[in-house]
Design a protein around this ligand. Structure first.
Ligand code: ADP
Ligand code: MG
Length: 255
């Protein structure tokens, strides 16, 4: 399943200049993800998870190091070229949703398909809105939706691009338990049915436990990278310790 590498992050660092000093947010982070793999990125607030996800998806550039996505070296591309790669291969669920405020919910979901010049866009967007349980909120504007509803629109929009790899930044962060469960199921369904690679930043133990691998960040560095048993059935006991020796960092590199 993970014979083909879809994402290769090599020794990336990210430094921000803030208030006259350099802030080293990521230092020398490397990992590779195989096509169809499911990976959780966990770590304390401020450890660099959102930054790492954005760099991996070509939303921003690293200060050093390189990112290769689906065989394409993102470092060499300008912003327009990276936007094309994102539209073609990547879905991204933002921590703060980033829905377009002047478009209705269904129109937001239609955007990626329209950018790709696809057909039956409205009909398919409606089906996706039904799938995330928002069939009765099609014509609401983002400001008229709750946080959890906006999150689900954001999920439907990410699915609409039929991405090869989906990055999700705390996708259940604003949801009640029941909705959260439903979103977790939808994510893994996408992985099973479409083979979509999932890279998910999460504090949700159930979601992390459903993935096959957990990368732990602290202070901008990878402190562990472990295979877990995987499968959605209650693996939560295995998350805490980072004591799963199988498939550690060394074994993952150089794929
Ligand atoms: P996490 O998602 O793990 O909470 P982030 O990646 O959002 O962490 O942020 C990591 C660190 O980088 C934080 O200390 C944050 O304040 C800082 N940071 C993030 N974005 C910027 C930015 N654009 N400019 C300066 N500092 C930033
Ligand atoms: Mg974050």
């Amino acid at each position: 399943m993970s014979s083909e590498t879809i994402l290769k992050v090599s020794r990336i660092s990210k430094t921000y200049q803030a208030a006259g000093r350099s802030l080293h947010v990521l230092e020398n982070v490397s990992f590779s993800v195989g096509a169809g793999e499911t990976v959780a990125i966990v770590g304390p607030s401020g450890s660099g998870k959102t930054t790492l996800l954005g760099l991996s998806a070509g939303l921003d550039r690293a200060s050093s190091g390189s990112v290769e996505l689906n065989g394409i070296l993102l470092d060499d591309l300008d912003e327009d070229e990276r936007a094309v790669v994102r539209n073609r291969y990547i879905g991204f669920i933002f921590q703060n949703f980033q829905l377009l405020p002047t478009l209705t919910a269904i129109e937001n979901v239609m955007v990626p398909m329209e950018l790709r010049g696809e057909k039956r866009v409205r009909e398919r967007a409606k089906a996706l809105m039904d799938k995330v349980g928002l069939g009765d909120r099609l014509h609401h504007y983002p400001a008229q939706l709750s946080g959890g509803e906006q999150q689900r629109v954001s999920l439907a929009r990410a699915f609409a691009g039929q991405p090869r790899i989906l990055f999700a930044d705390e996708p259940t962060g604003n949801l009640d338990a029941e909705t959260s469960e439903r979103i977790v199921q939808l994510l893994f369904e996408l992985n099973r049915e479409a083979g979509t690679t999932l890279v998910i930043v999460t504090h949700n133990l159930e979601l992390a436990a459903g993935t096959r691998r957990i990368i732990r960040l602290a202070g901008g560095r990878v402190v562990s990278d472990n295979a877990v048993g995987g499968g959605e059935a209650g693996m939560s006991g295995k998350i805490g310790g980072g004591n799963q020796p199988a498939g550690g960092e060394a074994g993952r590199d150089g794929k």
